[in-house]
Structure formats: structure tokens, C-alpha cells
Design a protein around this ligand. Structure first.
Ligand SMILES: Nc1ncnc2c1ncn2[C@@H]1O[C@H](COP(=O)(O)OP(=O)(O)O)[C@@H](O)[C@H]1O
Ligand SMILES: [Mg+2]
Length: 238
């Protein structure tokens, strides 16, 4: 089962009079309930591709299926509603609301979804515990380290139990030890919750944690392969 299918997808930007091809004729399948890394150097098209998969942007050409749904012809309002219920985002700069505490940042998507207060309390408490921040609930982002901020952002992305989590270079602003901790946390949560997880990175050290590796360069897909960490399919000889 594929969580995401792209077929001959292209996307360009206009830079003044110049047309910049960011993604060119990409055909790709991302397996459901797997941890996939999108690997490529700066400017290779990782963010553009994740924004298309996350329905933040629309392709110029080609077809895009998310969870088996042809989302590209939907209205902006439909896409916004779909994103809010089906997709979680994690960013390089954490994108936490600075005036809210860790607890309130994690609770925010549930407030938007109209989740009742008792249910919100139970879920935020469980989620902060799952990312190891139960004792930091009252801290604001400026009272937390980069790694702790990213843990809050992970909790916020997972709180509404989306099918698909997209993380755009989630470790780029972290030192390598903290980055490794964040990737193993995402990996553990992905396994426990059977979510589909796609993260982009240009750091080869982090790629060994993934099930599937998708290499991207100059807006085109190179190698797509299971990694050494990938669990073999049932029945495969050991
Ligand atoms: N808003 C934009 N306007 C013009 N060009 C852009 C814009 N965003 C990205 N690009 C260009 O598209 C290409 C892919 O960028 P991007 O998807 O951000 O790559 P990555 O995330 O791998 O660094 C690059 O050449 C970049 O300069
Ligand atoms: Mg980027």
C-alpha cells in the first residue's frame, strides 16, 4: 500500500522573468507506515517536493495521490481541511508559537479541531510524555534547547494522529548528537503509531535510520531503495 504516489510531477518557480525548474517529471511511490528519507543537497528540490506532498503547493503538471486520493483538483478550502486532519508537519526552525508554553503549542491543533477539554488534557499529557518533555510543559520555546523545541514540534505534529508526517530537514539546526536523538525519537514514534513518516536531510549519518531512501538531485529522483535498517518483507529469506 502506498501512502503517496506521484506520477510525472513537475513544479517550477518564476524568479523575475526566469523560470526555475524545482521538480522535473518526478514519478515516485512512498510506502505507507514506513520511515522514508528524502536525501539530497541544498537546492535539489526537497522542500518543493515535501510541499507538494503536504498539499501546501500544487504541481504544474502530473498526478498526485495522497492516501489514494487525487488531491490536486481539490479547492484550497478542501486542501486546508485535509491537511489539518491527515498531515503533520515538522520544520527545520521548529515553527513553535513563541508566546505559548510547550503544553499550549502541542494542544493548539486540538483546539482548532474542537476537541473537548478533558480529551485534550489526556492527549497532550500522553504526547509530552512520549517525547520525554513531561517536566517541561510550562516552559516557553525560549526557555527550551533546540532539541527540546523540536520534541515539542514533533508532539504537536503527532497530536491529531495524522496518517502522514512530513519533516523538512528537522535536524539541520541541531548538533549531531541531538540530531541523532531526534531521528531515533521520530523512528520510535513512527513504529509505535504506524504512521507514514517522510523526512528530508542532507546528512548521510541520519539516513541509516530510514526504511527507504529516496535520492533527489536537481529536481529529479535518483536511487529509490530500502536501506539496511529496513525490515524485510514477510517471507523473505534471512
Ligand atoms: N520561492 C521560490 N522562488 C524561486 N525559486 C525557488 C523558490 N523556492 C525554491 N526555489 C528554487 O527551486 C530549487 C529547489 O529548491 P528547494 O525545493 O528549496 O530545495 P531544497 O529544499 O532541497 O534545498 C532551487 O533551485 C531553488 O533555488
Ligand atoms: Mg529545503
Amino acid at each position: 500500500m502506498n501512502a503517496v504516489e506521484l506520477s510525472h510531477v513537475s513544479k517550477h518557480y518564476l524568479l523575475g522573468a526566469e523560470r526555475v525548474a524545482a521538480i522535473s517529471d518526478v514519478t515516485l511511490r512512498i510506502r505507507a507506515q514506513r520511515f522514508t528519507v528524502l536525501a539530497g543537497p541544498s537546492g535539489s528540490g526537497k522542500s518543493t517536493l515535501l510541499n507538494l506532498i503536504g498539499c501546501i503547493d500544487r504541481p504544474d503538471a502530473g498526478h498526485l495521490l495522497i492516501g489514494g486520493k487525487t488531491v490536486q483538483d481539490w479547492t484550497d478550502a478542501d486542501l486546508t481541511a485535509f491537511r489539518a486532519s491527515h498531515i503533520g508537519f515538522i520544520f527545520q526552525n521548529f515553527n513553535l508559537l513563541p508566546v505559548l508554553t510547550a503544553w499550549e503549542n502541542v494542544e493548539y491543533p486540538l483546539l482548532l479541531a474542537g476537541t473537548p477539554a478533558t480529551e485534550r488534557r489526556r492527549r497532550v499529557s500522553e504526547m509530552l510524555d512520549a517525547v520525554g518533555l513531561a517536566d517541561k510543559a510550562r516552559h516557553r520555546p525560549n526557555q527550551l534547547s533546540g532539541g527540546q523545541c523540536q520534541r515539542v514540534a514533533i508532539a504537536r505534529a503527532l497530536i491529531h494522529q495524522p496518517q502522514l508526517i512530513l519533516a523538512d530537514e528537522p535536524t539541520a539546526n541541531l548538533d549531531s548528537q541531538t540530531a541523532t536523538g531526534i531521528v531515533s525519537l521520530m523512528r520510535d514514534l513512527q513504529k509505535q503509531r504506524h504512521t507514514t513518516f517522510v523526512f528530508s536531510s542532507h546528512d548521510p549519518m541520519l539516513m541509516s535510520h530510514a526504511d527507504d531512501l529516496v535520492q533527489i538531485r536537481d529536481g529529479r529522483i535518483g536511487l529509490v531503495a530500502p536501506t539496511m535498517a529496513s525490515e524485510p518483507a514477510t517471507g523473505t529469506p534471512q
